[in-house]
Design a protein around this ligand. Sequence first.
Ligand code: HEM
Ligand code: HEM
Ligand SMILES: [Fe+2]
Length: 475
Amino acid sequence: MSNATVAALPASKATVNDQIKYRSQAVAKPYFVAAIGLFIGQILFGLIIGLQYFKGDFLFPAIPFGTARMVHTNLLIVWLLFGFMGAGYFLIPEECERELYSPKLAIITFWVFLVAGALTILGYLGLPYNVLAHLTGNDLLPTMGRGYLEQPLITKVGIVLVALSFLFNLSMTLLSGRKTSISIVMMLGLWGLAIFFLFSFVNPNNLVLDKYFWWWVVHLWVEGVWELIMGAMLAFVLVKVTGVDREIIEKWLYLIIAMTLITGIIGTGHHYFWIGTPGYWQLLGSVFSALEPVPFFMMTVFAFNMVKRRRREHPNQAATLWALGTGVMSFLGAGVWGFLGTLSVVNYYTHGTQLTAAHGHMAFYGAYAMVVLTMISYTMPLLRGREANSAAAQKLEKTAFWVMTLAIVGITLSLTAAAVTQVSLQRLSAAPLSFMETQQHIMPMYWARFGFGLCFFTGLMMYVTSFFVTGKRES
Ligand code: HEM
Ligand code: HEM
Ligand SMILES: [Fe+2]
């Protein structure tokens, strides 16, 4: 990196210190702070829609359910992307043993992404969706109106530019630096993320084709390329906190990504059962997706195995807990709850029910929210100039881990109970009830979900508070 770019870095003690190996890694910090801020927003909107499930006119007409739901899911994706980017900017220089190609570009990219994200959310909340679509050029190239991909065209273009800037910066760093399995898998995953996002611009008039390609973003992200990012981040933190030989960790990583790609790509077929695609997807989708839990299970075994074989006691115990938690919860949420509805003969009854929502919550939290929190837990103390947080701060962080994780278990179990009632009354019964009649029978479960949602929010507040707790250093 040129001296000019180094000089462009903020030189305050708060961002540059002797705990991080390369000064430019400090750019990760604002990304992580933004991720946590948006996470809080996501959960607040989760509580709003959770409440609207049994009090339908809550906040009506200011924030209708459809709008709040969109904000909830879009904030989720955006904060995870901030998390992945922060992780990339920290991990790649360290693995490549050199400064980031351009820290200045990373900071500019941060502000562009934050402002574009904030304007988009304000657009969702302040304008009727069709007006927003009209104002932002949806007539030129219609891309809006599909779950997770609701962003206006200009935001989508902005996301591509941000991703390009990020990938350019990291790829240039990697090209002239040390190449490790961890950094290569991370980069493969990040490039894949950007490439599959391009399918959000594909929006054929034919509804079958529309849904077909929609899953190339939604499914091939979470059950494909994001798993590579997750594996790399988990491996990175495990190398650091356990001191286990890189060769062992790398072998695991290769096995995990091979299994991910073997099962996950054709596994897309579990979304092609009822959308008008050829009948062979029933078999292909069922068989391959039934094997998708394997790489998630390997991640669990991997994390526990490495911690068991550890060669050092790292003072950051909270980061180790998050890493182990990610292993377990991603297997439960993606592997077990995903499997519950993945065989076409079962999916025929469970498709689009509360079982899907139960799985969506535990999988997104257990895999992606938790792996980002693992990375933040490991890196934030370093970015703030200490090897690990004080014992008191770690204690609160660990409590927050348990409160949030158990709250997600509660949300998942409430929604699974809701699904059992829904499927039996609406789909299996000899005299099926209508959708809305069935919903009346599920109300207690929605109350329970809201209660666990409040617990989750409490856990998140404890987590945020843990950043401000001082006290005697453990190391
Ligand atoms: C971390 C990884 C995963 C995440 C984040 C995730 C998330 C989701 C989400 C949010 C949905 C709902 C999509 C929608 O219709 O809007 C979904 C659907 C589905 N997922 Fe996953 N998933 C993951 C892994 C898996 C795995 C490993 C399996 C199979 C073993 C699986 C099986 C399914 C099935 C069958 C559906 C469709 C449910 C239906 O027909 O209603 N998922 N997933
Ligand atoms: C306070 C806690 C939360 C509450 C009360 C809540 C509530 C909700 C509600 C009511 C929906 C709409 C379901 C529907 O359309 O029928 C939803 C969707 C969703 N939420 Fe949450 N949520 C919470 C936390 C989370 C967390 C922590 C995550 C992930 C990290 C998450 C990820 C999602 C996803 C992926 C969807 C779309 C699921 C689908 O289409 O099946 N939520 N949430
Ligand atoms: Fe899928």
